[in-house]
Design a protein around this ligand. Structure first.
Ligand code: PXL
Length: 282
């Protein structure tokens, strides 16, 4: 069984980061180990959430794993709370990586809709850029892409295909082997992701019908589904296409329930769809 280490927070209520990565990647049949960077009572879209920082636990946990000679087939970082935490995660990944066979995935969670999330700074973005540079696959949204390139103030939501391609090539100059831009909107009524492979220069696009709603945590859901599908054995473009469809399915099923919660998508409802897609009707 493949084993992945994901490093991100636990927001006890809110369906994002760790509480999405563990069930979703596990659903693809991989052992999903979570190193929590912080424990919050809820994610930060609620008011008055509690926050317990766990940065100082990271080196202790790492030392124990090394003693036990534990290894991982893949490493995945999501929401990280400070520059120091990004530096530690970078050291953790590089020192636990065994060579060419284990993969590093970085979702540089820090911004959306042209703005950094509360608490994040351009200096944090610059540090995140170095972590992205170590990755086999980075998965920024458009806003994060701009901030990683140090030009958050030039953000435009309406880039055409050739402008997006230039942006992805620029992101690959960080050293990332592949760049997957999430939330790409190239055709009216459609949304999806655009993938660039630096070695071959190839681009792949996956699109689906745009569901007219926004939900917290869909970026985490998308990244987890891409990585789960890759660990399941799909090629990166196929994993991307599956994740685009899975997120759309989750959103449709969420909206179909008039009593759905406001703080996250009901990704659990789309597990039967996912299993049918992976294993066929049985
Ligand atoms: O979905 C990204 C995310 C993860 N973790 C926490 C968050 C957010 C987005 O706001 O608040 C705590």
């Amino acid at each position: 069984m493949k084993r992945i280490l994901t490093v991100q927070d636990i927001s006890c209520v809110g369906k994002c980061s760790g509480t999405v990565a563990v069930p979703v990647i596990s659903a693809f049949g991989a052992e999903t180990c979570l190193l929590p960077t912080a424990v919050l009572s809820t994610h930060t879209a609620f008011s008055n959430f509690t926050f317990c920082d766990l940065t100082d636990e990271i080196p202790k946990i790492e030392a124990h794993w090394k003693q036990e000679k534990l290894t991982f087939d893949a490493f995945y970082s999501g929401y990280l709370g400070s520059i120091r935490q990004v530096q530690m995660v970078r050291e953790l990944f590089t020192s636990m990586k065994r060579g060419g066979q284990d993969l590093i995935f970085v979702d540089p969670v820090m911004a959306d809709n042209g703005k950094l999330y509360a608490g994040f700074t351009p200096e944090f973005a610059a540090q995140m850029r170095t972590l992205c540079g170590d990755s086999d696959l980075m998965l920024p949204n458009l806003t994060e892409a701009y901030f990683l390139l140090g030009k958050g103030d030039q953000y435009r939501p309406d880039l055409n295909r050739s402008e997006l391609e230039d942006l992805l090539k620029e992101l690959a100059e960080t050293g990332a082997k592949q760049v997957m831009l999430t939330g790409a909107e190239l055709k009216e009524g459609c949304i999806g992701a655009l993938l660039y492979d630096a070695a071959s220069g190839r681009f792949d696009l996956a699109e689906t019908e745009k569901i007219p709603a926004r939900f917290h945590g869909t970026g985490d859901l998308f990244a987890s589904a891409v990585l789960g599908a890759m660990l399941f054995g799909k090629s990166v473009p196929d994993a991307m296409a599956l994740a685009v469809d899975y997120v759309a399915e989750c959103m449709k099923l969420t909206l179909a329930d008039p009593n759905h919660v406001w703080y996250g998508v009901d990704f659990e409802r789309a597990f039967p769809w996912l299993f049918r897609t992976l294993y066929g009707a049985q």
